[in-house]
Design a protein around this ligand. Structure first.
Ligand SMILES: Cc1cc2nc3c(=O)[nH]c(=O)nc-3n(C[C@H](O)[C@H](O)[C@H](O)COP(=O)(O)OP(=O)(O)OC[C@H]3O[C@@H](n4cnc5c(N)ncnc54)[C@H](O)[C@@H]3O)c2cc1C
Length: 285
């Protein structure tokens, strides 16, 4: 289908983007890569009167070291995350999650901020943000605020982001001993089940673990039972196999669609949890 008619504006700064959005009186939307919004507009599930293009705002893209942390601007495209030498070395989990998104066209246009704002239940970044315990930086008319990833994803396509706010970027402590493993839907590569796992290891012992799962239910969530089961255990495949065995058993309302039933997803969560943890373990040694 063809979308309803809309006006198109390009924002030149964050303040300009927020002012242009306010001027639409609730009838406008930001557009970054357009790879989630445009399909919705073509289906007429979204009918903004004005699109405000934020993709070329100076300073809103890029991957930077800031003290011990890494910052990524909201309009950084998936390709740049996937091919970042800094991320590949210091935080390979995120680079591999980005590399697994869609196809080259999607990775060259789609953005980190757009993916987080849209919060598709099968999107890859949300699981990675949970495993990295990332801070999500927002700006709105009342100023800036920071939301932890585990508070950000709230429900189906629902996040802690006001209609008048913009995602500026994310910030996190890089974790080398971390990995992403997913069962991809063959055509789109969206996650049927995707698991991001990060381990904190000291002297051969797992101090703590953070595990995010996507594709399984209405929104990405932490596998806290597995995290608890791993804490304090020796860094070994035996620990991982034991902890992953019941991964997702407590998750309610698993997704079911033409790609996979609830039972199939439930069976795949432990498999991909173990795979992500095994690769994180290999990086920790
Ligand atoms: C064929 C295909 C395959 C795909 N496969 C995958 C996949 O395997 N894994 C995966 O994770 N994703 C996949 N996607 C989705 C893709 O990653 C999108 O790029 C992403 O979900 C949205 O990013 P965008 O920049 O395109 O956002 P847009 O489409 O421009 O915007 C999406 C929504 O976010 C809002 N928004 C955008 N940026 C901001 C911001 N900075 N602050 C506040 N709101 C903002 C917009 O107003 C809109 O509501 C696929 C998409 C397609 C078309």
């Amino acid at each position: 289908m063809i979308s309803t008619a809309f006006e198109y504006n390009r924002a030149t700064s964050l303040d300009d983007a927020l002012a242009k959005l306010r001027a639409t009186n609730g009838q406008g939307k930001f557009i970054a890569g357009g790879h989630s919004l445009v399909p919705l507009m073509k289906l007429r599930l979204s009918e903004p009167k004005t699109l405000i293009d934020i993709a070329r705002i100076p300073g809103l893209s890029g991957i930077r070291k800031k003290d011990a942390t890494i910052e990524i601007g909201a309009v950084t495209v998936h390709h740049d995350v996937a091919t970042s030498a800094l991320l590949q070395q210091a935080c390979p989990l995120l680079a591999e999650a980005a590399a697994s998104i869609g196809d080259p066209q999607v990775r060259n246009r789609g953005t980190l901020g757009g993916s987080l704002a849209h919060a598709d239940p099968s999107a890859d970044y949300p699981a990675a943000m949970l495993a990295l315990d990332a801070d999500i930086h927002l700006r709105g008319p009342k100023g800036s605020r920071v939301v932890k990833a585990h508070d950000f994803f709230r429900g189906l396509f629902t996040v802690d982001l006001g209609a008048d706010e913009i995602i500026v970027g994310v910030q996190f402590n890089p974790v080398r001993s971390a990995a992403y493993a997913k069962l991809a839907q063959r055509a789109s590569h969206f996650a049927i089940v995707g698991v991001a796992a990060a381990l904190e290891v000291k002297g051969g012992t797992i101090q703590s673990a953070r595990i995010g799962v996507t594709g399984a239910s209405s929104h990405a969530t932490r596998l806290t039972d597995v995290e608890k089961a791993l804490a304090g255990k020796p860094l070994s495949m035996e620990s991982i196999e034991a902890a992953a065995r019941t991964a997702g058993a407590n998750l309610e309302d698993l997704n079911a669609d033409i790609h996979a039933s609830q039972d199939y997803r439930r069976a795949m969560i432990p498999v991909f949890t173990e795979r992500a943890l095994a690769r994180a373990l290999a990086r920790a040694q």
